[in-house]
Design a protein around this ligand. Sequence first.
Ligand code: HEM
Length: 499
Amino acid sequence: MLVSLVASFYLVSQFKIHFGGPQVPLVGLRHAFESRYYANWRFFRDAASVLNDGYAKFSNSPWRFTRADTDMLMLPSKYVPELQSLSPQIASPTIAHAFNLSGYWTNMDIILKNNLHFRTLQEKLTPHLNQLTVPMQDELNYAVEKDLPKCNGEWVAIKPYHSILRLVSRISARIFLGKPLCRDERWLEISTEFTENVFVSLVVLRLFPRFLHGFISYFLPSTWICCNYIRKAKKLLVPDIKRRQVAMAAGEKSENDMNLLNWMLEIASPRESKPSELAHLEVVMSLASIHTSQMNAVHVLYDLAEHPKYVKEIREEIKEVIAEDGDWLEWKKTSFYKLKKLDSFMRESQRHNPPTLLSYHRVMMSDYVLQDGTVLPKGAHIAMPVNSIQNGITPNPDLFDPMRYYRLRQGEGQAHLHQFATTEKDVLNFGHGKYSCPGRFFAALEIKNILVRLIMDYDWKLPEGQGRFVNLHAHEFIFPNQNGLLYMRQRPQEERLKM
Ligand code: HEM
């Protein structure tokens, strides 16, 4: 009985792979009889080879590969301008993100309710970045004091993955919630641990067919932990949200008003103002922002430790900005913009260590025929192999050349292009167009703030004989090594930033 059940399941599944869905070339199966679950296991362990292989064969036309939970229709970046113009009623980024994060089982599907989080970042956070440098630096100073070891001129070993996570989560909390809530250890735990458990859940669930996800979730501790963190967040934030709503209705103002939660309350429609949903959204925004920025900063630090000659160049650049704009604590957003060498280093580091190899996710809500006649059928999950695409337009892509974007920006009319947060048709680490990452300018500012402090105040080195720590891969995701160890030493007072 069981054998015939498994055999029928296998046959239906193979039939669907080969005859269902869009009729475009299939990549990733070694032979026609290979099960999608085995191919998916290979994708889990080495997504880069599947994606690079597909891109090498079909860099200019659609192709697909099969995962355990869905088939992915891979598109070349030539379609980006056309896709950009499609409304979410035709090609939905949000449904695709919720699906890709196993939203139903990880509590991430709250993003399907409304787009308040997206609007608040675009309409409020980004336009206020200039006023946020001071609270960011203030919180960073507090975090450095609290979370980095005291070195007193000695080399001290730290694990940057964990230390930088503390720095990023504290700064994000300050900007997302304001004082004093941002210093609450319960919030710092929720905002970091929720994300880790979402990733554990989705990495595991993606190994199994979709119809088993509910069953597996029931036994998977990380999915219960996610639910628990959402409950804790509501318990912690809801009373505060209600208090803020009352204060706002009474027209009360305080100097602590400039934070994401208050901005959400300001622009939320009555239907979007439910305190428990706002608390849930705050957690979701932590997921979108903290680990993404932290991973980027950790990669940069690992890369700087491996290529120390650039530390000197970047320090010189920071000193030039200090000479022009005054001490770091007086810097505005424009001062950080002047750090073109650091920015270039960050972009090159991200190209070599992208958070994901797959982006520009959309789920087709109706059939759509592209101008060249390519059909995107209703229900198809489309995506792009973003790292293969970016490497495809990069000369000598295997070379780690941290000043390549700095040099490009010296060209005529290029000064504003090729920045860390600049998106292009072929540079999609933050997406591109209307639905690109609304938090990327904040991310750039936050990461630069942290790096300037860490580069100017400390020397860094790898342990003797140790090369760069290898990244960890799971499905399309890439994580910096959590156990990587660097030595840090405080620089002499006169070399450090003035506080
Ligand atoms: C290095 C850091 C970051 C990276 C690499 C990154 C990357 C991305 C990408 C690839 C997307 C999808 C774009 C698309 O659909 O085409 C996205 C969406 C998004 N990001 Fe970021 N991001 C980063 C930092 C942040 C930060 C700091 C925030 C918040 C302050 C943020 C908030 C969001 C939100 C709200 C969305 C939209 C999710 C939705 O559709 O509901 N991100 N990000």
